[in-house]
Design a protein around this ligand. Structure first.
Ligand SMILES: C[S@@+](CC[C@H](N)C(=O)[O-])C[C@H]1O[C@@H](n2cnc3c(N)ncnc32)[C@H](O)[C@@H]1O
Length: 367
């Protein structure tokens, strides 16, 4: 950085410019140090300050982007473009919102659902967002859209909000879209349970109301390879499998060669008016519809926003931004048509996990 300062001074003898350049370099150094110590929001701010003083500064631009990425996943964009998701949420909001209602939007992101609630005629909307950088942007969007008198953005996790401080009173309507491809991964169960207890009025409407998780066993060496390795290039690399993931990942099932080995089956039902994040386990027995080798489980949800309005990321629904949740098995399991196979499913409030064919899963064919 000293070299940068020195060369900048040499290139630009104007004292005002030099002190400005020093300030830019101070911000950049501060940004680098904050980023290294994991303080990404502050790092992003420092880089932004540098960029405002020196618009063409690549270090500032790239540094801010790197820091923002730590807090703001890129999927926000794809999600906002999911017009079915947006249309169905808006349709649901129109059914439950009116001028006498206080609406709480948990996890407002861009402010989209909060503005939809205001557009649908809500008296007041409080929109909280746990990521400060996202909340900051939401506030600007709401203001530019002309909804600042109706929508208040609170830069907090819902779980630290307080009545009297962040909300004048308990809310009449809760709307939230804190759902990942596997339904629970963004913590919707704990978030809604907390809101019911601390932030919502008796009889408040909750959008979404319910959800159902469905799954299917699949044969797909292609998907299995995403989490498993064997012999390659003359080397046995299978030792790497001890680092394989137990968790699901998102993928569009139809983009990968696969065969469904079972009919879709029900896994869990959730009632957001009652359920909390306590873990659950269910033991199922399935009858495969064809012979095959099971490499993975595909699962998806049906999300009932209000009665009659449902969103899904099922494999038959090709355009959903959520894609499907895929969990690879530790080892492939050989299945025979009509022969019962035990499937143990558990969730810990955040993740759904499947064990197929007993706990050892060593009986299957390789690959
Ligand atoms: C899937 S995005 C949805 C954004 C927006 N509601 C929409 O539908 O376009 C979820 C957002 O909720 C935020 N979030 C998740 N849980 C939260 C909570 N309990 N309190 C506040 N924000 C939360 C995340 O940071 C993320 O920005």
């Amino acid at each position: 950085v000293e070299t940068t300062v020195a060369s900048a001074e040499a290139a630009n003898p104007d004292p005002a410019q030099q002190s400005r350049q020093r300030l830019v370099n101070d911000y950049l150094q501060r940004g680098d140090a904050l980023h290294s110590s994991g303080r990404y929001e502050e790092a992003a701010e420092a880089y932004l300050n540098a960029h405002q003083l020196d618009r063409g500064n690549w270090h500032a631009l790239a540094g801010r982007n790197r820091a923002v990425r730590r807090h703001v996943p890129r999927w926000h964009f794809e999600m906002m473009h999911d017009d079915e998701r947006a249309e169905l949420y808006e349709k649901a909001l129109r059914q439950v919102v009116s001028a006498d209602k206080l609406v709480l939007d948990i996890g407002t992101g861009s402010g989209l659902l909060a503005m939809m609630a205001a557009r649908a005629g809500a008296g007041q909307v409080v929109a909280c967002e746990g990521q400060a950088m996202v909340a900051d942007v939401a506030r600007k969007i709401v203001k530019t859209a002309g909804f600042a008198d109706k929508v208040t953005v609170v830069p907090k996790m819902s779980t630290v909000m307080e009545i009297g401080q962040d909300l004048d009173r308990r809310a009449d309507v809760l709307v939230t879209e804190t759902v990942d491809c596997g339904l629970l991964g963004e913590g919707i169960l704990a978030t809604i349970a907390h809101a019911r207890e601390h932030l919502l009025a008796d009889g408040a409407v909750i959008v979404p109301a319910r959800a159902r998780v469905l799954a299917g066993l699949i044969e797909s060496p292609e998907l299995f390879r995403k989490n498993h390795v064997g012999e390659l290039y003359g080397f046995d690399l299978s030792g790497f499998n001890e680092l394989a993931s137990m968790e699901y990942f998102d993928s569009r099932l139809r983009r990968h060669e696969h065969r469904m080995l079972t009919e879709p089956f029900d896994v869990f039902n959730f009632d957001f008016y009652r359920d909390g994040p306590e873990g659950k386990r269910t033991e199922l027995t399935l009858k495969p519809t064809v012979d095959g080798t099971c490499h993975a489980v595909v699962f998806w949800f049906e999300l009932e926003l209000v009665a009659g309005i449902e969103l899904t990321n099922s494999p038959e629904h090709p355009n959903t931004h959520w894609k499907q949740a895929i969990q690879c098995l530790t080892e492939p399991v050989r299945l025979t048509r009509g022969q019962p196979v035990p499937v143990d499913v558990r969730h810990d409030g955040l993740h759904i996990h499947f064990t197929v064919g007993g706990s050892t899963q060593t009986s299957g064919a390789q690959g």
